[in-house]
Design a binder for this molecule. Sequence first.
Ligand SMILES: [Fe+2]
Ligand SMILES: [Fe+2]
Length: 142
Amino acid sequence: MQFIVWSDFFSTGINYIDGQHKKLIDIANDFHASVKNNANKSTMFSILNHLVSYAEEHFADEELIMRKAGVSAEHFEYHKDLHEKLTLSVFELNSELERGEPKTLHEIEVFLNDWLIKHILEEDRKMLPYSAKLKNYNPMMN
Ligand SMILES: [Fe+2]
Ligand SMILES: [Fe+2]
C-alpha cells in the first residue's frame, strides 16, 4: 500500500463520518509523505500530533452518532474500546519515534493501513444499516 486514496468502498453512508474519514486519510498521507521524504523529526511529530488530536475528535463524534443511531450498548462499548486501543497505539508509535527507534516506510504503511483503513472497513462500515436515517446528520447542528 502506498498513499491511501479515498473510494466509495470506504463509505459508511453517513456524510459527516465520511468527511472526517477523508480528513484522517489526508493527514495519514501527509505523515506517510513526511516519512518517505525523510522530513525532520519536528515535522513528523507535528503531523502525528495532528493525526492524534483529529482522531480523538472524530472518535468522539462517531460515538455520538452511534448513540444517535441506537446501536446496542454492547456494540457501543466494543467499538469505543477499539477507539481507545487505536489512540493508544498511535501514542506508542509516537514514543517509539521519539526514542529514535527507526521505522521503515513499510512499517509505517502497515501501521496506517491497520490503524485507519482496517478499522473503517471492518468496523465503521457496520454503521451502513443506519445510513438512511443518518445520511445528513450533523452532530454539531443537533
Ligand atoms: Fe470507529
Ligand atoms: Fe471512524
